[in-house]
Design a protein around this ligand. Sequence first.
Ligand SMILES: Cc1cc2nc3c(=O)[nH]c(=O)nc-3n(C[C@H](O)[C@H](O)[C@H](O)COP(=O)(O)O)c2cc1C
Length: 308
Amino acid sequence: MNERLETKFLGFKLASPLVLPAGVMGMSFSGLKISADLGAGMVTSKSLTLQPRTGHKGPVIAEFEGGILNSMGLCNPGIKDGLAEIDEFKEGSDTPVIVSVFATSSRDFIALTEEVNSSSADLLELNLSCPNVYDEFGIPLSASKDQVYEIVSSVKDISQKPVIAKLSPNVLNPAEIALAAEAGGADALCLINTVGPGMLIDTLMVKPILFNKFGGLSGPCLKPVALKLVYQAYSVVNIPIIGMGGISTGNDVVEMLMAGADIVGIGTAVYSRGIEVFSKINAELLQFMDENGYKSVITLPKLEKLDV
Ligand SMILES: Cc1cc2nc3c(=O)[nH]c(=O)nc-3n(C[C@H](O)[C@H](O)[C@H](O)COP(=O)(O)O)c2cc1C
């Protein structure tokens, strides 16, 4: 890896500003490892729940020209087995790893945090924003600033790892939600989770493509929304941000960094450009820096903050 790509996030040294986000390749130790080996500076596990979940019935992924819809339904092996995968990954890698967890109450988030405390994961991410389990759990927690504050602060009371709040794009007051997470003690924000849910139709079969009908939207069509929401959050909070949503090229990464992100998630582009996407984007980033006279990724400029 090139030292011009090195950066820091919450005290962790990263070989690249690119992050594998939750749910994309992060179900097993090998998915984390291949992403790190191929150029991700930090990796995130699939969102883990207290008990294993089989997720929704297939088809759970539908592609279209703007990206993909997924209705995975938070399938995961449960916190104990998920953390065992992370421990295995950490045995052979220095790459920092975020464990993502999902619950619907402070009590369950606290129980998950206790498990994470005794693991080798480096950081803890609270998935407050999954839109594709709507039928089961209703509106994501991050729609309410009071709930965001309550959950983040109760987790922070006991967490031995830095806490990242993963927020939703599907809210009317994104800046207030970002501020509530910061006020609750979040060490960093991650945004955005998938948009929607949305739907695609199989016109020959006259039925929705996803078995579950609706799914969260990700990929290139998200980029303008993600840039705007990261920029809004950056303008009001004083904690670092992992920016993601439709980022698939080196130039997209530069845009996300300029919008205020400290590091950048590459999710759906892993499917469209292959797992080598991390090394490809690292090379594109270096090319942008060469062409525009930037010595290192940390010297790339940010937009002036919004006047709020
Ligand atoms: C198949 C799939 C599964 C996902 N699972 C999770 C998950 O378990 N937890 C989570 O917080 N986000 C999950 N996400 C959302 C991504 O982490 C990311 O926030 C979103 O896809 C936007 O980034 P992208 O456009 O680069 O994919 C998932 C996304 C996809 C496509």
